[in-house]
Design a protein around this ligand. Structure first.
Ligand code: ADP
Ligand code: MG
Length: 600
């Protein structure tokens, strides 16, 4: 076949395939244009998930009549006055959005620029342009897109349900709204929640807008981030690790005000939270990276969703460093909403549901509760280094606790109940600590610190333990022998399908060694570690060891043991959640408890 030039409509449709892959992409491009035009108010509306109609109205600069026809031409833009691609300061610059949309839908733009007595409108229907015509319009621009992909059924087939497309459109608006808190944004659709964010101008507009988008709960679960490094600035809010989500949809990343889905940034977030969030779960966070325009190339993706940094190592270090430090400073913080949620639930049950709801659920059997003493009876003790042997008693103190203890963040231990939970009295409330979850985290951090210090105290077994595993698991364990050795766990192959254990980490001296090895093999199996980065393998191994080294539910603790646990939690980073991301304690505020009893 001879080579020939493609006709312009076909070229536009090919470009449209990359720029406009779904309705949400149209919404994003139109709102970016409105923001580039300096709009203070942007109203977006869609019908049938955007397939029937997408309308975006702005009060920006408007388009002068002489530019309207050009605006819908391919590669026509007003945004690269100097032609310098290395210093892009606008959201748009490729001049592709409007012609792409016009080639796969019916596009109508009505606009009035400042100083022009009335508006003008122009239409492009599946690539066919119509003449410019006058129309009434206030200053600003209205863009309507109807029948998206009607002429390209192949595209239409790839769309998800109207509801899913509507949600993606809402997400596109929300991401841009988050980066522009001073602009009023509204979104209307019959398929998903609508919103109207008023312009934020208080002292922290970004936090206020973030709370608009992610809900007020985010405020209580967010740690402010602020860091600088060699011309790069990072700010935003990191969600507490216990407030984790099933996917990364609640991660909002911006580079110079542009929402991005960047692998490098997403990877840095994952690495920073690795120790805190359970596998398969994702933190919520909002991060704004600001840098000189020349440090970042935004022209690497047709939809401008990805970016490339000149010094990606620096960016990675900045993000990981800032997040890790903040998460560590937060130390024992667990999600405050856990405590509030519990109180709210109680209040509803007591005040709303009447007596019946105070009865246990019909299918609830106390014998099956993990808290039932005896179920997990174990000899493992809590080996806080300073502990003198204390008689086991589950009333922590007869005398009133010392003020110094009460004023500590986790308070003074007053009792242990169900051999599982420590009840502590704080200055203004009650903390309930899950002893196993908390101790597991402490052992994890202790092992990690010891490894970083290069010396994990280990302990030789008098008689090596031989563990039968079966071929594949035994191989996995043998492959990881070097890794285990770093933690003081020495293993060797012992005939086909078995390993012998000679030494174990001292922190695991009470552990059931064969079960530990079997669980390690299972952990390695689960994640197919051969392909995982070493950091991830390390944390899996650590988590499994920590679980085995920790005091079980069902173990009685003395008062001193309980208080030692609380004090160690307070000084250990990340102790607010266990290695599985569950909170290790909740705090009930006295004010809330008093409200429950009608005292307030
Ligand atoms: P780009 O945004 O990359 O320049 P577009 O195809 O999205 O390309 O838009 C083409 C041009 O149309 C823009 O450069 C801008 O001058 C003008 N334009 C589009 N939408 C608006 C708007 N809402 N307000 C003012 N001008 C607009
Ligand atoms: Mg544009």
């Amino acid at each position: 076949m001879p080579v020939r030039r493609l006709d312009p409509l076909l070229i536009d449709r090919i470009a449209a395939g990359e720029v406009i892959e779904r309705p949400a992409a149209v919404v994003k491009e139109l709102i970016e244009n409105a923001l580039d035009a300096g709009a203070r108010r942007i109203d977006a509306a869609i019908e049938l998930g955007g397939r029937k109609l997408i309308r975006v109205i702005d009060d920006g600069s408007g388009i002068p009549p002489e530019d309207l026809e050009l605006a819908i031409e391919r590669h026509a833009t007003s945004k690269l006055p100097s032609g310098d691609l290395s210093r892009i300061a606008t959201l748009g610059f490729r001049g592709e959005a409007l012609p792409s949309i016009g080639s796969v839908a019916a596009l109508e733009i009505s606009s009035r620029a400042g100083g022009v007595p009335h508006g003008f409108k122009i239409r492009v229907d599946q690539g066919r342009k119509q003449a410019l015509a006058p129309c009434p319009h206030p200053q600003g621009t209205t863009v309507e897109v109807r029948g998206l992909f009607a002429a390209t059924p192949a595209r239409l087939k790839f769309l998800k349900s109207d509801r899913a497309e509507a949600r993606a459109c809402a997400d596109a608006v929300q991401r841009l709204a988050m980066a522009n808190p001073h602009v009023r944004f509204s979104f209307t659709s019959s398929e998903t929640a609508i919103f109207d964010y008023r312009p934020q101008s208080n002292e922290n507009p970004l936090l206020a807008r973030t709370a608009d988008v992610l809900g007020q709960e985010f405020r209580a679960n967010a740690l402010p981030i602020e860091a600088q490094r060699e011309g790069f600035g990072l700010s935003g809010f990191a969600g507490l690790p216990t407030w984790h989500k099933p996917n990364a949809a609640a991660q909002y990343l911006f580079v110079n005000g542009r929402p991005v889905r960047d692998k490098l940034l997403a990877g840095a977030v994952r690495a920073a939270y690795l120790d805190y969030v359970p596998p398969g779960r994702h933190p919520a966070l909002v991060l704004f990276l600001i840098c000189d325009a020349s440090e970042v190339d935004v022209n690497v993706h047709p939809a401008k969703a990805e970016v490339r940094f000149r010094d990606s190592g620096l960016v990675r270090k900045l993000v990981i460093g800032a997040l890790k430090q903040r998460l560590q400073e937060a130390r024992h913080l667990a999600t405050p909403s856990h405590g509030q949620g519990a109180i709210g639930q109680l209040a509803r049950e007591i005040c709303g549901g009447g007596q019946a709801s105070l009865n246990p659920r019909a299918d609830w059997d106390w014998r099956a509760s993990p808290s039932h003493s005896g179920v997990f009876e174990s000899t493992a003790g809590y080996d806080a280094p300073l502990l003198a042997a204390a008689p086991a008693a589950n009333i922590a103190q007869e005398a009133p606790p010392a003020p110094a203890q009460i004023d500590a963040p986790l308070g003074a231990a007053r009792a242990q109940v169900h051999e599982t939970y420590i009840i502590a009295q704080t200055r203004d409330g009650i903390a309930i600590v899950d002893q196993h979850a908390a101790h597991e985290r402490l052992v994890y951090e202790r092992l990690k610190a010891a490894r970083a210090g290069g010396a994990i105290p280990s302990q030789a077994l008098l008689i090596p333990a031989v563990v039968e595993l079966g071929g594949a698991d035994a191989e996995r364990v043998q492959d990881a022998a070097g890794l285990f050795a770093q933690f003081g766990l020495l293993t060797e192959p012992f005939g086909p399908g078995a390993v012998a254990v000679y030494e174990i980490p001292a922190a695991l001296k009470y552990a059931d060694v064969p079960q530990l090895i079997r669980d390690l093999a299972a952990a390695l199996r689960e994640d197919d570690c051969a392909t995982d980065p070493i950091e991830k393998r390390l944390s899996l191994v650590l988590a499994t060891m920590a679980c085995h080294g920790s005091v079980r539910s069902g173990r009685r603790l003395s008062g001193e043991e309980m208080n030692a646990l609380l004090r160690e939690m307070e000084k250990t980073p990340g102790s607010g959640q266990c290695n599985h991301g569950r909170p290790t304690y909740i705090e009930l505020k006295l004010a809330d408890i008093e409200r429950l009893f009608g005292r307030r």
